[in-house]
Design a protein. Structure first.
Lengths: 112, 113
């Protein structure tokens, strides 16, 4: 079963604007969440993470928001740059186990 | 900068043949994962090791897939016999501790013909 869901397979934004990527999860045992970025023919690269005890984590242009009651997290990229064009995966870890599950990914295209 | 090493990068094999992939995690990382990614989908966990022990292999098709990490360092994933549906990217990742990010290798792209 798909415990981590990314319902938007693709997103296109203009350079300089905000990109918002969404992720929903069903397993209440997840307590650590991550975003990975993936270019073709490469492995995923870690981008940013958030613990379930927080509701926001910011790193430069990237901010992750967590809404535990809604079992929802989002990644905000602002301003978006053409180099941000990639597939973004949401991942979640079950507390105390390192069991890490991924969503299906969202392909972001940032147009110049 | 330390990296997760995987080999080969690409593998083409005929169905019913055996194929093996190798992974060397970042030094000191106790947790090692093998994922399979089919085009258009997210990585699917096949097996997770903690040191040399299997923690989770519930998604591993054990009739044809096997994985080992004998000394708790590098790991091998084997498929025998390969089927057409096994064509995918096989990703290895490692992490240092609990609730930390995992670092991925570049993957092995398997094509079964």
């Amino acid at each position: 079963d798909q415990q981590v869901k990314q319902n938007s397979p693709s997103l296109s934004v203009q350079e300089g604007r905000i990109s918002i990527l969404n992720c929903d999860y069903t397993n209440s045992m997840f307590d650590y969440f991550l975003w990975y970025k993936k270019y073709p023919a490469e492995g995923p690269t870690f981008l940013i993470s958030i613990s379930s005890i927080k509701d926001k984590n910011e790193d430069g242009r990237f901010t992750v928001f967590l809404n535990k009651s809604a079992k929802h997290l989002s990644l905000h990229i602002v301003p978006s740059q053409p180099g941000d064009s990639a597939v973004y995966f949401c991942a979640a870890i079950v507390g105390g186990s390192n069991d890490m599950r991924f969503g299906a990914g969202t392909r972001l295209t940032v147009k110049p | 900068e330390a990296e997760v090493a995987q080999s080969p990068r690409y593998k083409i094999t005929e169905k019913s043949q055996a194929v093996a992939f190798w992974c060397d995690p970042i030094s000191g990382h106790a947790t090692l994962y093998w994922y399979r990614q089919i085009l258009g989908q997210g990585p699917e966990l096949l097996v997770q090791f903690q040191d040399e022990s299997v923690v989770d292999d519930s998604q591993l098709p054990k009739d044809r897939f096997s994985a080992e990490r004998l000394k708790g360092v590098d790991s091998t994933l084997k498929i025998q016999p390969a089927e057409l549906g096994d064509s995918a990217m096989y990703l290895c990742a490692s992490s240092h501790g609990m609730n930390t990010e995992a670092f991925f290798g570049q993957g092995t792209r398997l094509t079964v013909v």
